[in-house]
Write a protein that binds this ligand. Structure first.
Ligand SMILES: [Zn+2]
Ligand SMILES: [Zn+2]
Length: 208
């Protein structure tokens, strides 16, 4: 998992643990095809966002497959959904362990701006082992398995080639450009970048 993530850190280790607990509670195997969906609540460019990679690794809900949806709230939290069973569970970080994490050398060095890759191995393992070995209810709030009315997003299969840049574009992202400026719609099929539109798609819902 650390190889996939790129470095060793407590947040990705905790995400892995949380993902495995969510699978256990739902009684569902890791998502091969799109059997499961994750709604991830970590945001962008913030500390401990690595949590999301552990969740991805454990659950098999990943960006390219389209079964990782994002609801960026800056929280180390996610909901794992099994649409076939109609069940879901939400798990989030329990701040109770935070003080213990902060006391360790790893976090002291991180707060001095030292990148995780330059922190000595033993300091890294100390914090990783803490979140992996602590009783699960002391590191995570584990929700109850609940009924889910989640409907998997509809998948559009078709693609077209942009008539300006020549790159392939999925149909919902194709824009029609008028050849005549007075006309608001046209028939030239182009990508969002070539269309001149500022906002052309639903932002935030899907992983960027
Ligand atoms: Zn990390
Ligand atoms: Zn284009």
């Amino acid at each position: 998992m650390f190889e996939f993530h790129g470095h060793k850190c407590w947040a990705s280790a905790l995400g892995l643990r949380a993902g495995l607990i969510a699978l256990r509670e739902l009684g569902s195997p890791r998502s091969g095809a799109k059997t499961l969906y994750t709604i991830l609540e970590t945001g962008y460019n913030h500390g401990a966002g690595c949590f999301g990679d552990g969740v991805r690794y454990a659950t098999g809900c990943i960006t390219g497959k389209g079964n990782l949806l994002r609801n960026p709230r800056g929280k180390l939290a996610f909901t794992l959904i099994d649409p076939q069973k109609g069940k879901q569970i939400r798990i989030s970080f329990n701040p109770k362990i935070r003080e213990q994490i902060a006391k360790l050398n790893f976090m002291k060095k991180r707060s001095q701006g030292i990148p995780p890759t330059e922190i000595p191995e033993e300091d890294v393992w100390e914090v990783v082992n803490l979140v992996l070995n602590a009783p699960e209810e002391e590191v995570l709030f584990i929700g109850k398995v609940e009924d889910s009315n989640f409907e998997p997003p509809f998948e559009v299969m078709g693609m077209e080639v942009c008539e300006i840049c020549g790159e392939m574009v999925s149909l919902p992202y194709i824009r029609l450009l008028g050849t005549n400026k007075a006309c608001s719609t046209g028939n030239k099929k182009v990508c969002i970048d070539c269309s001149g539109y500022k906002e052309g798609f639903e932002k935030g819902r899907y992983e960027k």
